[in-house]
Design a binder for this molecule. Sequence first.
Ligand code: UDP
Length: 245
Amino acid sequence: MGRIDILGVGFDNVDMAEAVARAESMLEGGSHYIVTPNSEIVYDCLTNEGLREIINGADMVIPDGAGVVKASRILETPLKEKVAGVELAENLLGVLARRGASLYLLGAKPGIAERAAEKMKTLAPGLMIAGVRDGYFKEDSEAVEAVRAAAPDVVYVCLGSPRQEQFIAAHLEEMGCHIAIGLGGSLDVFAGEAKRAPKIFIKLGLEWFYRLLKQPSRLGRMMRLPKFLREVKREKKRRDKEAKR
Ligand code: UDP
C-alpha cells in the first residue's frame, strides 16, 4: 500500500492494531526500523534532506501526532488515526513477551531506562529485557557495542529527534536486532518521569498544549506547529491548482 505524503514525508496509513501486526511480522527475520514522526519532525524534514531520507527509508512510518493527522485531512488524504509512538511501544510489550522476543532500552538520563524496564515487566509479565543503557554516551560505538553484545530482538531507541533516527540509520545492521524504533521521550513516560496528558487533552488533540504548560521551554520548538500547518495549506492550494490543469 502506498504511503500518504505529508510535505515530503510518507506515512503508513495504519491504525494501532495494524501497526502492531506489522511490527510483529518484522520479528520473523531481517533488520527493520520504525519511525514515529510528529509535525515538528516533518517540518524539520523540509530543510533537512538527510533526515527526510532516513524517515522515508524506514520500514514503517507512523503518525505520532494530532498535527500530522490534521494535515492529512487538510490534504484530503486522511490518515486513519494518530498512532502514538509511546502507545505502540506499550502494545508491543505483550507481543514480545508472548513470542519470547527480547527488548533493549537505549536512551534517557541515567537510571531512567532501568525504571522503565521494571515498569514494562509489570505491564507484560514474562517480558525479556536484554539490557538497558542511558542515552548520554560520548561515542555511538559504545552504545552500539552494548546493544550488540546483549543481542536483543528489538531496540527502543529514545534519544530524541533527529539524533535517534540518525543513530538507527547509521547502526541498524551493526546492532543486529530485528527491529529498532525511534521513540523520543517514551522511557521517561514508562519510568513515570514524564506524565502523558490527561485523556481529555489527548482526545481533543491538545496533548501538545498540556506538554507546553508542563514544560514552557518547549515553546520554541512548538512554534513549528503553526508554521507546519501553514505549509500544509499552501501545499493543498498547490495540489488543487495542479488538479485543475
Ligand atoms: N536524550 C538522550 N540523549 C541525548 C539527548 C536526549 O537520551 O543526548 C533523551 C532525553 O533524556 C529524553 C529523550 O531523549 O528522554 C527526548 O525526549 P523528548 O521529549 O525531547 O523527545 P521527543 O519530543 O523528540 O519525543
